[in-house]
Design a protein around this ligand. Sequence first.
Ligand SMILES: Nc1nc2c(ncn2[C@@H]2O[C@H](COP(=O)(O)OP(=O)(O)OP(=O)(O)O)[C@@H](O)[C@H]2O)c(=O)[nH]1
Ligand SMILES: [Mg+2]
Length: 678
Amino acid sequence: MLSAPCASRFLIFATQMTTPGIINLGILSHVDAGKTTTSEHIFFLGGTVAAVGDVNKGTTLTDSMEVERRRGVSVRSAYDRLLWEGQRINLIDTPGHADFSAEVERALQILDGAILVISAVEGLQAHTFALWHALKSRDIPVIFFINKTDRAGANFEKVLQQIQSELGVAVAPLTVPVGQGEDAVMIKSVFDEKQPTAEGFRKLTLENLADYDNDILEIYLAEKSLEESVVHHHLQRQVTARTLFPVLAGAAKWGHGIAELLDAVVRFIPPTIDTATTLSAIVFKVEFDNTLGHLAHVRLFDGSLRVRDKVWNHTRQLEEKVAQIKRRVNGRLIDETFLSCGDIGIVSGFAQARIGDILGDDHAVPATAQVMQPVLTVQVLPNDPAQFAALAAALTQLNREDPRLALKWYKTEHELHVQLMGKIQMEILAETLLSQYGLQVQFGAPSIIYKETPAVSAYGFANYTMPKPCWAVVKFLVEPALAGSGITYTSIVSVDKIRQKYQNEIAGIIAKSLEQGIRGWEVTDVKITLVGGEDHEMHSRPGDFIIATPMALMDALTKSDTKLLEPVFDFTITAAESLLGKVASDLHQMRAIFDSPTFSGETFSMHGTVPAATSTDYAARLASLSGGLGQLRLSLRGYQACPPGEGVSRSYKGVNPLNRSQWILHARGAFRADERRM
Ligand SMILES: Nc1nc2c(ncn2[C@@H]2O[C@H](COP(=O)(O)OP(=O)(O)OP(=O)(O)O)[C@@H](O)[C@H]2O)c(=O)[nH]1
Ligand SMILES: [Mg+2]
């Protein structure tokens, strides 16, 4: 029997066979596995490009940024459309370096299915696991593509085994490489009776399918022959249900195995159907174009969009009008009047829209999936101090395109800070600032992003009644809360004491007030209760409680004192047994906590937790220690208390609410400036 979600997915697919919708297909992998090369050949076969570009020459469709072309590495996700067997497909090529995981996360939210590319030489890499978990958490159907089967050292069978044992999934190999060496490798169907090497793989596919499908089991046990098309038909349900994963072989560089891969995509990945009821869409990318202005890339999950439609931005609670709709067709932007359900398009006119905004309502928009989170923060400085304003403007624009940069502009200190995943992202940021904005920059020393939490419970008080006209009195109880609980806020003060409109001001400013605590980091895992205070019928003015609340909260944090929290990773290390002693001693020095190792063949593997502060460069150290054979997988577990003596406090940036007179002057000035602007 099919489970309910599986059955309904299948029905959706069956309807689509007559009226094909659109498949939004992502291509994901660890760095350098051949995503862009594979995409280029797909675009060629699908009629998008007239000639196949080469990443090494900087001539591919999806690596279009100058820095991507120069370095031959993808930095941003890029997409275009193609047609295969009458099926429309939007293909989204994503970057493979872990530093650009935010791009992959944004792509994951718009996918109907994914190709996960793995190199036949390098096999599963640390980042493959992170991608796999993200795909799993979003229930996205996946087709594996084992690429580079032409290269010396390629081992299709070994990688197939790795997928089964390390990702713990049932596979259905559909093609195999035959022959070896550049241009000599051929990709054949496992149903090709003339290929003796195909037989074992065919058996694996049939056995795995029979495990989930009684019809196939009966035919298989009766030793009757099974048509390839029958197998495909039955496999369809298992792929959408994510119980079985097709695996195909290829050598993208030579265009081998690409047509078979596309066949599998249209066979197994159900397109979004055009129910076209009410609009439910997401902004997954924003761009600033010199002639077209602010562009929002949208993916429609339900409903449709027309030029001049007034569209409700559910996230920002405002309405904006569609000025123009464009679609990427064959590498160019084409004007459209209409965007149908399931499709991706570019809208101008949404000046307020930001990445992640939901348009219409959220009934069909899937949840986000996280791949990685930045743990480093760094100051960016212009080489020429006179270019500070230009740098601030450039970073503001880049921050719109990639909000994960979390740009902080500390105006009093004249400092610009961004959050980063790692060194490669830092290099690319510097190159982008130079090539796109003509700005030469340097970076301060990167720091781990710490957080802080109250050490004990304490009350905080603020009495903002001078200089008149003003009146806001507040008293909070600030208490430590469970790790990972974030900020919770409640009020037990009646609206007779502080009117609702002022209580709303207080609730609205709590999170902002906690962006920096007494050690200079974001305050978290804290319970805040408004326990007392008053407004004044005559003297209280809008904004007074916005000034008083941060003063009272900082007062409470000073009294409670705070503890530093540090980011901690879950880790898995695998390496040769001979390195066990060295690795274990490194781990001790890194303040890691770990289980006893397990052994398999000549390698060991070890799991545990390790602080980010000691481990962000260990993957590279392990690689050089092990001649590239050791592997370190990290995934953020959360924040934990720093042991005494560890962690770094920093000074408060901007005007500190504890400095009462300066704070009041500054905050009042800011309001006046806001009023003038209004
Ligand atoms: N021999 C061989 N080389 C390949 C194959 N596919 C890709 N390459 C090479 O591998 C390198 C990386 O290819 P890309 O297509 O840029 O890989 P990618 O996965 O897009 O890389 P990132 O986007 O930077 O993660 C290039 O030098 C390609 O020419 C293949 O099938 N065989
Ligand atoms: Mg690429």
